[in-house]
Write a new protein. Sequence first.
Length: 114
Amino acid sequence: MEISDIKVRKIFEDGPLKAIVSVTFDNELAVHDVKIIYAKEKLFLIMPSRKNLDGTYKDIVHPINSEFRLKLESAILANYNEVLEANAKKEEIEEAEEAEETEENEENEETAEE
């Protein structure tokens, strides 16, 4: 089974929940609501689950072996880090554009005053 697509659906700034992700396998099966959690100084995955009547949670879907879990976790976390880097670059560009606009507006105001 190959991972054909990973989409970071939502990113959270605060708290241990960092992102919600959807993963597509073999372009045929989608798994939604995989969570990226930060705890004990590292990121890890929480698979989609449901709450039982006794208050415990049971995974709806999960890797069967540690080999595939590692493959899945590595791919998802790599994609998550790429999205974070792309967002940071986008913010830098937007901030630079805003600073440039502000500078141009100030120059135009000075010219208009003369």
